[in-house]
Ligand binder design. Structure first.
Ligand code: FES
Length: 352
């Protein structure tokens, strides 16, 4: 191994390069070109061609799967795997259509990459650098063309045309607004109400069993739904999405907000599970700090202080569901959430 010009040893794995007499270094050039197997072996080329075609065909199958499942595995109508309108039907619909689309897109990409890597030309091309700036003659010619074009169009002499052109260009984007009128019915007051009603028991999510106040241990968290909300309920999935609630039990002495404590029962507090930022489920509870966290963008809500936002992009506290216990000791709602749940919207404070 040669020493560097300054007498030091080259770094491990690096060969010393002898400097030229003019102080520069000789162009080391490109390493010898390695031919791919498909370039030199016709059988390898044929095999690569068949693999690319196979990948494209798998993509076609994915597209067929997507189209078929879009009509045969729907959430609300026909569904080959589950009863329509149920949670399972939605799950199957999402799974199969998503899988079809993923296969269709992924295998087009895989085929293109394999095609490029094995069959497309593998020439090494060297392009010498050259100045990017145009010559003064070219720049002058470009300026002449632009100013000549402006003169010929007569923009400076025809204010009427200029004004009407500006009006036409300004009016055109308004056409984009027209399709908005066909986006479907307005939500009405649906965003202001959830399924919760006075006297409705709080039931464990998924198994639907009602919860007694005595079941809720200190610092525990439960994910709850209205007991009366079943898959037979009209718009079941929408109602589930809006009614999702979490309950936690804190030591009432830690409570910083009297009204919030009064809306709970002996330290058991119920809050909407839908983040007021953009609606992710707020499902992480830190027992030590009594903070609830949204996993999407880390909004953090202080349960001891009426679920006020203490960190993150959410702007509103989680709405609190007022609760009490019934004669048998089960937790029940005292009514609906006092304000809309989830992300804020244009007329959130409108009277219901
Ligand atoms: S949705 Fe919860 S922080 Fe963004």
């Amino acid at each position: 191994m040669n020493d560097n010009i300054d007498g030091t040893r080259p770094a491990r794995g690096v060969s010393a390069i002898a400097p030229r007499e003019d102080g520069g270094f000789p162009n080391p050039g490109l390493p010898p070109h390695q031919h791919r197997r498909a370039d030199v072996d016709p059988r390898a080329e044929k095999r690569a061609e068949r693999i690319v075609a196979g990948l494209f065909l798998v993509s076609v199958l994915g597209t067929v799967l997507f189209i078929a499942s879009y009509f045969l595995v729907t959430p609300h109508h026909k569904n080959l795997f589950a009863e329509s309108g149920t949670w399972e039907a939605l799950w199957w619909s999402n799974l199969v259509t998503g899988l079809g689309l993923a296969i269709a897109v992924f295998f087009i990409g895989a085929a293109a990459v394999h095609w490029a890597k094995t069959l497309m030309p593998d020439d090494e091309v060297v392009e010498e650098r050259h100045p990017i700036r145009s010559t003064d003659e070219s720049r002058g010619a470009a300026v002449d063309i632009i100013t000549g074009g402006l003169d010929e169009s007569g923009i400076g002499r025809r204010p009427l045309i200029v004004t009407s052109m500006v009006a036409a260009l300004a009016a055109l984007p308004i056409a984009v607004l027209a399709p908005l009128s066909t986006l479907g019915p307005m939500p009405g007051n649906k965003l202001h109400h959830t399924f919760w009603k006075s006297g409705m028991r709080l039931a464990r999510d998924h198994d639907g069993t009602p919860i007694k106040a005595s079941d809720v241990m200190m610092n525990s968290i439960f994910h709850v739904m209205p007991e009366d909300l079943t898959s037979e309920t009209p718009h079941f999935l929408e109602e589930r999405a809006k009614a999702a609630t979490v309950i936690v039990r804190i030591d009432p002495k830690l409570g910083k907000n009297e009204e919030s404590l009064a809306n709970g029962y002996e330290g058991i507090l119920a809050f909407s599970k839908i983040c007021t930022h953009v609606g992710c489920p707020v499902a992480l509870y830190e027992q030590q700090t009594h903070h609830m966290l949204c996993p999407c963008h880390q909004s953090t809500f202080d349960v001891t202080d009426a679920a006020k936002v203490i960190f993150g992009p959410a702007h509103r506290p989680l709405p609190q569901l007022p609760i009490e216990v019934d004669a048998e000791g089960y937790l029940v709602a005292r009514g609906d959430f006092p304000e809309p749940i989830g992300p804020s919207f244009w007329d959130i404070h409108k009277d219901k």
